[in-house]
Design a protein around this ligand. Structure first.
Ligand SMILES: [Zn+2]
Length: 299
């Protein structure tokens, strides 16, 4: 067989990029397969179950009920309050990211249903400035939480982020407390927050809302942590254990609740929302009952 002809037209692309190519190679097990085969499994390697990174649109498609997603706040765009310049200006970086992704921020947010259960969904897109958390991302998360409180529904945030956006400095760090405070308001109302950690969830994102879920779930083998492994190793001066900062390691050490395959994500989220919604409604009913009893006693 002439392998030269067979693979001659293969583009050197991996499924980590959202561009379909005829053939693709798994970056983990090196297996060569049809891109369509991988795509049909929601961008999961059929040979070794490696979960490739996916963009926000694909994440929405594999998570929500078909056609149920209504996007909100997609006109919010970052400004450059500090006139920040590193190797290039922040303004230029924003323009480049906009041109590359067609988006104005690293998150997409909207209302949808999952297995028929209404929910507010926020999805990170790593391709926009490494999914970093800036003022716009924080504002979109808080608006989604406020909508959930108004609609009496839960919130799901699917994280894929390198952490806080350094070009926004303190403005970016403030998003950690802003989002955490909003989640506290949601919690006070008895409404659920499910945090889904995907590869990678690092820095200021893991140090704030991503670890505040009533349920915290992760995709297999996702990198989850605060500082990078090299920095930690240099600081503590010891070799890190095998599998450190991977989803399985975090589950073993009690930091997350479950690891869910992408193909099972919709069903699992739907089941959890159903459970929490039922609990919320029965609590609301019993509150009304208690109030009625108090009125009866008063009269
Ligand atoms: Zn593989």
């Amino acid at each position: 067989m002439n392998f030269g002809n067979l693979f001659g037209g293969m583009k050197k692309q991996t499924v980590t990029e959202d561009v379909p190519s005829h053939w693709t190679k798994c970056t983990k097990c090196q297996a060569l397969m049809y891109y369509k085969e991988v795509e049909a499994k929601h961008n999961v390697c059929p040979k070794c179950n490696h979960h490739f990174r996916i963009g926000a649109e694909k994440r929405i498609a594999v998570t929500c009920d078909e056609g149920s997603f209504t996007e909100h706040d997609n006109t919010l765009a970052p400004v450059d309050p500090l006139k920040f310049i590193d190797k290039q200006s922040y303004k230029k970086r924003i323009e480049e990211s906009k041109a590359k992704t067609g988006k104005t921020s690293a998150v997409m947010s909207g209302s949808c249903t999952i297995m028929g259960q209404p929910v507010e969904l926020v999805v990170f897109d790593f391709s926009f400035m490494g999914g970093s958390l800036g003022s716009v991302e924080g504002e979109k998360i808080v608006r989604a939480i406020n909508r959930a409180i108004a609609n009496e529904s839960g919130v799901i945030i699917v994280s894929a982020s390198g952490g806080a956006r350094m070009q926004e400095s303190t403005y970016s760090l403030l998003q950690m407390s802003k989002t955490s405070a909003a989640l506290n308001r949601l919690h006070q109302k008895g409404l659920p927050f499910i945090s889904v950690l995907t590869d990678p969830t690092m820095g200021g994102v893991s140090a704030s809302f991503a670890m505040l879920g009533d349920i915290i779930m992760a995709e297999p083998d996702a990198l989850i942590g605060f500082a990078g492994q090299r920095v930690i190793k240099q600081t503590v001066g010891v070799d890190l254990p095998e599998g450190f900062q991977r989803a399985e390691f975090l589950l073993d050490h009690g930091l997350i609740d479950m690891i869910v395959n992408r193909g099972d994500m919709r069903q699992t989220l739907g089941d959890l929302l159903k459970f929490f919604n039922k609990k919320y409604k029965s609590q609301a009913l019993s509150d009304v009952k208690k109030k009625d009893e108090m009125i009866y006693m008063d009269s």
